[in-house]
Write a protein that binds this ligand. Structure first.
Ligand code: NAP
Length: 527
C-alpha cells in the first residue's frame, strides 16, 4: 500500500528525527532567529541571496553539479535553479535534508516531500536562473535563435518534466465520461464516473467568471473537466450525486435564455484522468464565516466557498490554506472535519458550500496566529483537496483501530462517522488518543458521548503531561499499550490508522509493524 511513509525521507538518524519533547512540531530545532518569519524578513532585506547581484543566468547540468556544498548549494525545481545556501539554517527539515537536493534536479524529491509548499514565493530571492534546455537536434536551430530573448524575463520556464498525463491510466473503459444537455434556462453536465461514489461525494466544482472547472476525486485518480463556457451563466452551481450509480449532475442557470451551440472551449488538462498526486493544486477565495473554540488553543473555522464553488471533500483528505505573510505566500495543509463528530444529517457542510477546519494556534507559528486573528468575513485562499485515503482500504474491515496524537485526530473524526454510518461490517472501532493534558483533548465530550451511545466505538485517552488527578493512561506510545489495544480476534480483518506529529507517527508505525500487522493493515495519514 502506498500510504505508509517512505522510510527514505527523512533519513534515519537525520536531524529531522531528533526534535526534543516540546519541540516536536519543528522537525529540527532551528537556531534562534531562523523561523519562517525571520526568513521572510531576510528575503525582504535586499541582501543578495544568490551571489549574482540580481542577475539571472542560464545554468547547464554541469554547472548545477558544481554547486553541491552547504556554502554553495544550488538546486533545480521544475526547470528553475535556486541557490539554497542562505536558506540552509531556516529549513524546518534541517540542512541534511536540504543537502539531498544539492547540485541536482530535485523536483521529484520536492514533490515527494512537500509539493504543496509555495517554493516560488518562498525562494524567489534565491532564484539563480533557469536550466539550459538540452535541445533536440531538430529543434536546435530554433532554440539557439530564441533562447536568450526569454532569459532575462524568465517568462516561460521550460517544461523539462513530462506532462503529468503520462501517469499510468487504468483500463480504458474505467475512464469516466461526460455528456451535456440544455433546456431554455439551464445547462446540465452529467459525469458518469463508472464507480460507486462515497456519501461524502467526490465533486469539486469551481465556476470563476466564465471558466468552469469540475474535478472528480475518484480514489487515487482525478478526472478533470475544464471549459471557458460559451455564454454567461449565473454564479451558482447545483450539484446532484447519484452515489450508487456513480453519476454526478451539474446544473448551471443561463444568464440569457438562448440556445447554446456548444458548451465552451476546452481549457488546459480538460477531460484528463490522472493520478490525484499529479494534478496541480487549484485555489479559490473563501470567506471566514465563524470561529468556535474547541479547546484553549484550537478553533473550529467555518469557511464559505464562493457562490460558484462546491467542494465535497472525501473523508481523510486535506485542503491547503494559503495566505500572504509580509508578501510571501505561506501554505499549510489542514484536514477537513465536520461541524461536530456526528452532525445532524442535513448539516450545511454536506451541501459542499462550506468547509470546517480544526486549527491549533501555535503562538510561535507564522500562519496560525494570523488565522486566529482574522476577523469574521475575512477571505482565505483554499487549495485542494488532496490526500491518500481511499475507501477501498476499509473494504471487509471488521476491526478499525485509530492511533491519533493532538490534531492528528482530525482525519479520524470523519473516519469514525463514516465507519459508524456506512460500514456495518466493522464490529469494533477503537481510538487511542494521545495528548499532553486533559485540556488538549479535542471534542472530548463528544467522544465520550459517542462511546456511551455506540457499542462498537471505544476511546482510550493517554496523556503525556497529566495532572496528578488524572486516573487514565499516562506516557507516550509504547509496545505495551498497543499489545492489548490492537486485538486480532479470529476471522477478523484489521486496519490501523495513524496520524500525529512526525515522531509519534514514526514510533507508532514501528510498533504496529512489530506486532505483525502487514502494510495492507496500516494506513498513515500524511499531509
Ligand atoms: P502535540 O500536542 O505536540 O502532541 C500530541 C501528543 O503526541 C503528546 O502527547 C505528545 O507527547 C505526543 N508526541 C509528540 N511527539 C512524539 C513522539 N516523537 N513520540 C511519541 N509521542 C509523541 O501535537 P500537535 O501539536 O497537536 O501536533 C499534531 C501533529 O499532527 C502536527 O504535526 C500535524 O501536522 C499533524 N497532523 C497531520 C495530519 C495529516 O497528515 N493528515 C492531520 C492533522 C494533524 P509529548 O508531550 O511527550 O511530546
Amino acid at each position: 500500500m502506498l500510504n505508509v511513509p517512505s522510510q527514505a525521507f527523512p533519513a534515519a538518524g537525520s536531524q529531522q528525527r531528533v526534535a526534543p519533547a516540546g519541540q516536536s512540531r519543528n522537525k529540527v530545532v532551528l537556531k534562534p532567529g531562523h523561523s519562517l518569519l525571520d526568513w521572510i524578513r531576510l528575503t525582504k532585506s535586499g541582501q543578495d541571496l544568490t551571489g549574482l547581484r540580481g542577475r539571472l543566468i542560464e545554468v547547464t547540468e554541469d554547472e548545477l553539479k558544481k554547486h553541491n556544498t552547504k556554502k554553495d548549494c544550488w538546486t533545480c525545481i521544475r526547470g528553475m535553479v535556486y541557490n539554497l545556501s542562505a536558506y540552509m539554517d531556516f529549513h524546518p527539515g534541517g540542512e541534511e535534508e536540504l543537502m539531498r537536493a544539492a547540485g541536482i534536479d530535485s523536483t521529484d524529491l520536492f514533490d515527494e516531500v512537500h509539493r504543496w509548499v509555495n517554493y516560488e514565493s518562498m525562494l524567489k530571492e534565491c532564484l539563480v536562473g533557469r536550466m539550459a534546455v538540452k535541445p533536440s537536434p531538430a529543434l536546435q536551430a530554433h532554440t539557439e535563435k530564441t533562447e536568450s530573448t526569454h532569459l532575462n524575463g524568465l517568462s516561460a520556464p521550460p517544461s523539462l518534466r513530462p506532462e503529468p498525463l503520462s501517469a499510468p491510466l487504468p483500463a480504458k473503459d474505467h475512464r469516466p465520461r461526460y455528456d451535456w444537455f440544455q433546456t431554455d434556462g439551464t445547462v446540465n453536465i452529467v459525469v458518469y464516473t463508472k464507480r460507486k461514489i462515497p456519501s461524502a461525494g467526490c465533486a469539486v466544482v469551481d465556476l470563476q467568471d466564465d471558466n468552469l472547472r469540475v474535478e472528480m476525486l475518484l480514489g487515487r485518480m482525478s478526472y478533470l473537466l475544464y471549459w471557458r463556457l460559451s455564454s454567461r451563466v449565473q454564479d451558482h452551481v447545483d450539484v446532484q450525486t447519484a452515489h450508487s450509480v456513480g453519476k454526478v449532475q451539474l446544473c448551471l442557470r443561463k444568464s440569457v435564455k438562448e440556445k447554446w451551440t456548444q458548451l465552451g472551449q476546452s481549457l488546459e488538462h480538460h477531460d484528463t484522468f490522472i493520478q490525484c498526486k499529479d494534478r496541480g493544486l487549484f485555489y479559490r477565495e473563501c470567506v471566514l464565516l465563524s470561529k468556535t473554540d474547541v479547546t484553549h488553543n484550537t478553533q473550529l473555522l467555518r469557511l464559505q466557498l464562493p457562490p460558484g464553488s462546491r467542494m465535497q471533500v472525501p473523508v481523510g483528505r486535506h485542503v491547503y490554506l494559503k495566505t500572504s505573510v509580509q508578501g510571501t505566500d505561506v501554505v499549510k495543509p489542514y484536514t477537513a472535519v465536520d461541524q461536530m463528530l456526528i452532525p445532524p444529517s442535513q448539516s450545511s457542510a454536506e451541501v459542499g458550500s462550506d468547509i470546517h477546519l480544526m486549527i491549533k494556534v501555535y503562538p510561535d507559528g507564522v500562519l496560525t496566529p494570523h488565522i486566529a486573528n482574522l476577523p469574521i468575513g475575512a477571505s482565505l485562499s483554499v487549495g485542494g483537496p488532496e490526500g491518500s485515503l481511499t475507501l477501498r482500504v476499509l473494504r471487509d474491515v471488521t476491526h478499525l483501530y485509530m492511533l491519533a496524537a493532538g490534531t492528528g485526530f482530525t482525519p479520524m473524526a470523519r473516519l469514525i462517522r463514516l465507519a459508524l454510518q456506512e460500514f456495518t461490517v466493522i464490529r469494533k472501532m477503537k481510538l487511542m488518543f494521545f495528548n499532553r493534558q486533559e485540556r488538549d483533548i479535542l471534542w472530548q465530550s463528544q467522544l465520550d458521548e459517542l462511546c456511551t451511545k455506540e457499542e462498537r466505538f471505544e476511546v482510550q485517552h493517554v496523556l503525556s503531561e497529566p495532572a496528578d488527578s488524572w486516573t487514565g493512561r499516562r506516557g507516550r506510545i509504547d509496545a505495551c499499550m498497543l499489545q492489548n489495544f490492537l486485538e486480532r480476534p479470529e476471522n477478523s480483518k484489521c486496519l490501523v490508522c495513524v496520524c500525529g506529529p512526525a515522531g509519534f507517527t514514526e514510533s507508532a508505525v514501528q510498533l504496529v509493524r512489530q506486532l505483525d500487522f502487514s502494510e495492507e493493515e496500516l494506513h498513515v495519514f500524511q499531509a
